[in-house]
Design a protein around this ligand. Structure first.
Ligand SMILES: Cc1cc2nc3c(=O)[nH]c(=O)nc-3n(C[C@H](O)[C@H](O)[C@H](O)COP(=O)(O)OP(=O)(O)OC[C@H]3O[C@@H](n4cnc5c(N)ncnc54)[C@H](O)[C@@H]3O)c2cc1C
Length: 417
C-alpha cells in the first residue's frame, strides 16, 4: 500500500529523480550577475506568435514524456486516468522537478492539465473521458479557461454568456475575457448561463467548446508590459453539441468549484521564474552603488523578510496538501504575500533606477526591471484578487462578520450595473 509509507515514498522519489535525469539537466542557480547574459525579469513573457508556438511545443513534448512515464496526473484517482497516489506524492514530484531544468510551464499548460484535464476526468461521461481526458492531461490538445467575463470576475457566478437548447445542440452567445493563451488552444472550457430563473449559482452549465467553431472570434488583448497573453473570446450563436456538455445541465457551479479546487492541488507544473527576486534587487543595488544607503538597505531587508515568510507559507501549504488537508486560508495568505512582495520588489527597483525606469537608456537590465514593474499588477488579480484573499482571511482566519449578500434573488431579477 503506497499511502504515506515513508519507504515507498523515498523509493518513488528516487525513481522520479532517475527519470528526470533522463529528460533534463540539473537546474542551475538563477540569480543574475549584473551585465551577464540575458536579463529575464519579466512576469508575462514577451514572445512573437511563432516563438510562443515553438515554446509551447517544447513544453508539450516534456509533458507528453511526463504523462507517458506515469507522472502526468499523480493524485488523480486511477479510475479517472491518474496514478491514484496520495497528494504527498504530487508535492514530492514538484520538489524533485524543481531541481531540473525542465521546460517552464505556462498558463495554458497548467489550465489544460491541472484544471480541465482533471475536470473532464472527474465530471465527463465515459465517451468524453475517452476523447478528451488523456488528450488534455498529455497536452495533445490545449484548452483555455473561459470563465471570466467583463461583468463576472470575482463574482464569477454572475456570468451572463447564454447557452440555449436547440434540439440536440446548444447555441452559445456572449463574451469571455482574460482568457489566457486562448489563441493557442484548440478548445475552451466554458461556463454559460442555462437558466436565469434560479439563483445565480443554480443556472450555470459547463461545456467544452472547439475554438475553431463558426461564430467564435478570439481577439488578443495587448498588455501594458508588451505581450498579448490574454484574449477576449466572443461567441455569436455558436452551435455546440450536447455531447460536449460537462456535467449535468445547471450543475456547472459544482464543476467550476471543483475545477478551481484542482488548481490548488494540481501536481508540479514546472518551476517558472516570475519577475525579479530579492537577490536580483541586491544585485541591482550593488551595481548602482546604493547598497550602503540606509533607505535602500531597509527596502532590501523588507523584501528579503517577506520572501522568507512567503517561502515558509508555501512550505506550510505543501505540508498540508501532502497530508491530504485542504490548504484553506493559508493558500490565501501565500497568494497575498507573493503578489504583494512582487509589487514591493518592483517599487524598490523603480525607486533605485529612477527615471531610467521609464526612459529606457538601453543599459543592460533596465528594461528587464520595467517589465517586472509592468507585469506585477496582473498577479494581484489573477487567481483571486488581493481584496478577495483579504476577505477570505478576514472571514475564515480572523472570524470577522461575513460580507452582506444582496444576490439571493433569481439571476434574471438581479440589478445589472
Ligand atoms: C494573469 C491573469 C490571468 C488570467 N487568466 C484567466 C483565464 O485564463 N481565464 C479566465 O476565465 N480568467 C482569467 N483571468 C481573470 C481573473 O480570474 C479575474 O481578473 C479575477 O477573477 C478578477 O476579476 P475582474 O478582473 O473582473 O475584477 P473585479 O472582480 O471586477 O474586481 C475589480 C476590483 O474590485 C475588487 N472587488 C471585487 N469584489 C470584491 C469584494 N467582494 N470585496 C472587496 N473587493 C472586491 C477587486 O479586488 C478588484 O480590485 C486572469 C486574470 C489575470 C490577471
Amino acid at each position: 500500500m503506497a499511502d504515506h509509507d515513508p519507504e515507498h515514498l523515498a523509493a518513488w522519489r528516487a525513481e522520479v529523480r532517475t527519470w528526470l535525469a533522463t529528460v533534463a539537466p540539473p537546474r542551475t542557480e538563477e540569480v543574475f550577475e549584473w551585465g551577464v547574459g540575458d536579463p529575464r525579469l519579466h512576469i508575462f513573457v514577451s514572445m512573437s506568435h511563432d516563438e510562443e508556438v515553438a515554446f509551447l511545443e517544447r513544453v508539450r513534448e516534456y509533458r507528453r514524456q511526463r504523462f507517458d512515464a506515469g507522472y502526468g496526473a499523480i493524485s488523480l484517482p486511477e479510475e479517472f486516468g491518474g496514478a491514484g497516489l496520495p497528494s504527498v506524492y504530487s508535492v514530492a514530484f514538484a520538489d524533485e522537478e524543481r531541481e531540473f531544468a525542465v521546460p517552464p510551464s505556462s498558463e495554458i499548460i497548467s489550465v489544460t492539465t491541472g484544471l480541465v484535464g482533471a475536470a473532464v476526468s472527474v465530471f465527463g461521461t465515459p465517451e468524453q473521458r475517452e476523447r478528451f481526458a488523456t488528450a488534455f492531461l498529455r497536452t495533445d490538445l490545449l484548452c483555455a479557461q473561459l470563465f471570466s467575463e467583463p461583468g463576472a470576475g470575482s463574482d464569477l457566478a454572475g456570468l451572463a454568456t447564454k447557452a440555449v437548447r436547440d434540439g440536440d445542440d446548444w447555441l452559445i452567445t456572449g463574451q469571455k475575457i482574460w482568457s489566457s493563451n486562448a489563441q493557442f488552444a484548440e478548445y475552451g472550457f466554458l461556463l454559460a448561463r442555462t437558466n436565469p430563473d434560479v439563483v445565480k449559482q443554480g443556472g450555470i452549465t459547463a461545456f467544452i467548446v472547439p475554438l475553431d467553431a463558426p461564430g467564435v472570434e478570439i481577439r488578443p488583448i495587448r498588455q501594458m508590459s508588451g505581450p498579448s497573453s490574454f484574449n477576449e473570446v466572443w461567441f455569436d450563436q455558436v452551435r455546440v453539441p450536447d455531447s460536449l456538455r460537462i456535467g449535468d445541465v445547471d450543475a456547472g457551479w459544482k464543476v467550476a468549484q471543483a475545477t478551481l479546487g484542482f488548481e490548488r492541488t494540481s501536481s508540479g507544473s514546472g518551476h517558472r521564474r516570475k519577475g525579479g527576486t530579492a537577490d536580483d534587487l541586491v544585485e541591482l543595488a550593488r551595481h548602482l552603488g546604493v547598497n550602503e544607503d540606509p533607505v535602500v538597505r531597509q527596502q532590501l531587508a523588507d523584501v528579503y523578510i517577506r520572501t522568507r515568510l512567503h517561502a515558509a507559507m508555501v512550505a506550510k501549504v505543501a505540508r498540508a496538501t501532502a497530508s491530504g488537508d485542504k490548504p484553506g486560508p493559508a493558500g490565501s495568505l501565500g497568494k497575498l504575500l507573493a503578489s504583494d512582495n512582487m509589487v514591493r520588489i518592483g517599487d524598490a527597483a523603480a525607486s533605485m533606477l529612477g527615471s531610467a525606469m521609464v526612459a529606457d537608456t538601453g543599459e543592460w537590465g533596465e528594461f528587464a526591471w520595467t517589465e517586472h514593474v509592468l507585469g506585477a499588477p496582473g498577479y494581484r488579480l489573477a487567481g483571486g484578487t488581493d481584496e478577495i484573499q483579504r476577505n477570505i482571511i478576514a472571514e475564515r482566519v480572523l472570524d470577522l462578520p461575513a460580507e452582506q449578500r444582496m444576490d439571493k434573488a433569481p439571476f434574471k431579477d438581479l440589478a445589472k450595473s
